[in-house]
Design a protein around this ligand. Sequence first.
Ligand SMILES: [Zn+2]
Length: 215
Amino acid sequence: MTEVPEFREILKYITFMNIAKNVGSLSYDKKYEVGSILVKNDFKDIASIGYNGNFSGGLNMRDSDESGKSGFIHAETNMAIKTKLHEEYISQYYTVFVTLSPCEMCAKNLINLGVKRVIYLEKYWDNIKTIEYFNKSGVSFISLREVIEDLYLKSPLLRGIGDVNDTSDVFLSKQLEPFLEISSERCLDIINQFRNENKEVSFYNILINSYKMGC
Ligand SMILES: [Zn+2]
């Protein structure tokens, strides 16, 4: 297989977001299982992890089923509390990977931790305050989808597989083939499976979900 630098990068981002997701699966909060990890920008270290939960010795159940009233300490804040690195070092070398975008209080905690880059998997509400605080503090706040799409668009080799305006399933399966390391026929099966399950059929969605499914 041809080595495509952007492809390796995309794999790293997906892999580390999956680690954050696995960390989140340890949460006792069955409404929102959230995982957060502090990752070195060269992907060679994870400095801290956190998932949402109660204080040590506290009951492992939500105070209320209402959103925003779990009473739990959020994943990013737990991650921040456990971090031993210095603020300036974090600013320069580390990125937060979190499965659900930070609420406004966690955004403040991450800013004070020194974080300058936050990548999230799914969005939590509208994040108006979070975006405002991050903008004010020079924190880059991006979704994994944006990261992957940027890398994908930067790669002439990946884009060169065919006509980018071609939206057919055959073209999509050809694009996915090198990422999933499976045949374009198998990619077509997956695309059909997505259609049957009424999931969004897009390069990003199939890529992320296929890694989750481990196909
Ligand atoms: Zn929070």
